[in-house]
Design a protein around this ligand. Sequence first.
Ligand SMILES: O=C(O)CC[C@@H](O)C(=O)O
Ligand SMILES: [Zn+2]
Length: 541
Amino acid sequence: MGISSAVPCCSVWSRQTQLRWLTSFHRRILAQQSVTSALGTLQQGKLPGAPTRVVSVPWGVSPRGRRVLHAPSSSFQEVMLTSERYRVQRLPFSCVSDSDVAFFEHIMPGRVITNPEELKPFNVDWLKSVQGCSKLMLKPQTTAEVSQALRYCYERNLAVNPQGGNTGLVGGSVPVFDEIILSTVLMNRIISFDKVSGILVCQAGCILEKLNEYVEEQGFIMPLDLGAKGSCHIGGNVATNAGGLRLLRYGSLRGTVLGLEVVLADGSPLDCLASLRKDNTGYDLKQLFIGSEGTLGVITAVSILCPQKPKAVNLAFLGCQSFTKVLETFTTCRAMLGEILSAYEFMDEKCMELVERHLKLSSPVTGSPFYVLIETSGSNSTHDEEKLNNFVELAMTSGLMLWSLRERITEALTHDGYVYKYDISLPVGKLYDLVTDTRVRLGQSAKNVVGYGHLGDGNLHLNITAESYSHSLLDAIEPFVYEWTARYNGSISAEHGLGFKKKQFIQYSKPNEAVFLMQRFKAMLDPKGILNPYKTLPSSS
Ligand SMILES: O=C(O)CC[C@@H](O)C(=O)O
Ligand SMILES: [Zn+2]
């Protein structure tokens, strides 16, 4: 189906209004802050009557970029074992025996994977940067099966690696040694959806994009959206407290998740799957599991509040002459757009170069050191002129690309070589200084040092590429980046979690007392430490 034929007339009208309005908004920004000089022209030059210095298009039907396990530049075998690269000692867990496999076959027949070839992609992370050597993967379908499996593992002292879509970026979703992989892939059932309240209850293995499609049919959207939506599982999203591209508008999962069902390390199920907006009965236990990266329990079901699908969504793509202009534009944007501002993402010119070189995506605005992607989501719709209608229809072609330019930066970076990733929260005024200082520090030893991210959330993605992994480059980056971040009271993990790669740096963002308390929670909920060992917290000894 053609894109324009997929758009209902009424929403085209509302888009037109938004478009006209957004365009005038941009003119005001440009007038006030001379962003104009930084803006390029539409490359295809085929939009009659379109403003030449800004691209503003409707959104809602575009196949936005999806982070999938694309053909890797290096094969799974070439990925170095985590235990070797990072010199980790295996903890004294039991090893999986034939009788263990027989037990699991008994409780979930046909869903116990031991074939090494089949296991390979689940032992390696999406970035191809860490690799475990698990010999067993379980694919439960129900909470009762998860409970049975964990009870058994707990008794036998077998370590377990809970895994969703395996799209994590900090080595948290794959085993470090031979932990049993507990996959949520078959736990993909929608349990209920309340069309009045917008509350969705589903199993943990539902894919984010599928959930979004499901609720969209009923006039709602998921409160989070991220590049990995085509593969990531909602349980994994909650376990890592994934942020993503809609956080500015709909807030974090700490607010939108209303309830969770979790199985604890010893196999006990915990039913906190409430679907209530308000519930102050005692401690809010679900918060403990949100963002705990599978170290405190295995999330088996989620109750989540979905916002109404906005009627008019528009995008604008701007070029800015300096990072200061990016910040000034953000201030104006917030003041003028108020609650309809749903995303304010920035990227530097290096990111755009990589997206163009590796993915052949071209930016409609060129020649600026910084770019900003603005999304508005509103509900206002009125009539508009035929001319504008034509513009919308044509501009949609470019619209397909705008979010891809931003969402697929991660993918483009993987084509550039080995990627060192940093996911930092900082006061927005300091955000880009970290990129500049890192660039100066690393000089020629890095291939590319790029900065982009969710400026509206004060979240920078600093990425450094090199031909291959090197200990000496890593030593030049760490702890430099963490010390820099701590100096400005930032966070060394804004939205990706600590996983395996960042766990020993937690003290740059949390005081010792807080880390100690976290370790006590871990010891209480998982006394044998079988759940996702070697991740998130430094060992207490
Ligand atoms: O790859 C990264 O560093 C960031 C990934 C993701 O959080 C994004 O915002 O695109
Ligand atoms: Zn991000």
